[in-house]
Design a protein around this ligand. Structure first.
Ligand SMILES: Cc1cc2nc3c(=O)[nH]c(=O)nc-3n(C[C@H](O)[C@H](O)[C@H](O)COP(=O)(O)O)c2cc1C
Length: 181
């Protein structure tokens, strides 16, 4: 698959068929992630990999973290996502509290790492979905994701075999967003 094709055809998927991603594919995705551009070679990313065999632990943690009626009302939806997923990868950023510019650039680098994971997965036939939903990444889940002091969770990427085709949402044409000098 060409890079352009991967970019243009990748869509976010939340519903998966339950197929496990092999560890070899997960390792490949981590390898792609660490080739994201990063200023001054800070390599600010850290990863927490949850293969299919460990997703039940995520479900336990997500249930335990749902500490309000509103949060508990969302559990069936979160369960459906976790049960269907073939793996999840959290991308964590090592922060630079004394250097705001470095911190901002490192966040950008980690976001690119997330997209490398998504595109690399798509190339191998795996759909994905990047989430920052509190139900998956809220404060009390930091221990599950092993977010260390001085880190922030940039996103959790669920991966799996797509259960549905996802139509592309309308995008503003690039020409309407660009100023040419
Ligand atoms: C930083 C970030 C956080 C996101 N968090 C969520 C989320 O919490 N829930 C969700 O449904 N989608 C989330 N998404 C996915 C976007 O909703 C999705 O990329 C967008 O709708 C465009 O659809 P596409 O990925 O199919 O092109 C997130 C994307 C990014 C970049």
């Amino acid at each position: 698959m060409q890079v352009s094709q991967a970019i243009l055809t990748r869509r976010s998927h939340k519903l998966f068929r339950g197929t496990a991603l092999p560890d070899v594919d997960l390792r490949h995705l981590l390898e792609l992630a660490i080739w994201a551009p990063n200023h001054k070679f800070t390599e600010p990313w850290r990863f927490t990999v949850v293969p299919k065999r460990s997703l039940d632990k995520l479900w336990d943690a997500v249930q335990a973290a749902a500490d309000s009626d509103k949060a508990r009302s969302k559990l069936p939806k979160l369960k459906e996502i976790i049960e269907g997923a073939g793996a999840a990868i959290a991308v964590r950023q090592v922060r630079s509290p004394d250097n705001a510019e470095r911190d901002r650039e490192d966040y950008a680098a980690c976001a690119i790492a997330c997209q490398h994971i998504q595109l690399g997965a798509w190339e191998r036939g795996w759909a994905s979905y990047w989430t920052t939903s509190p139900g998956f990444v809220g404060g009390s889940l930091e221990a599950f994701w092993q977010t260390a002091p001085g880190e922030r969770l940039v996103g959790v990427i669920f991966l799996g075999e797509a259960a549905l085709e996802m139509p592309a949402v309308r995008h503003n044409p690039s020409d309407s967003l660009a100023v040419w000098l």
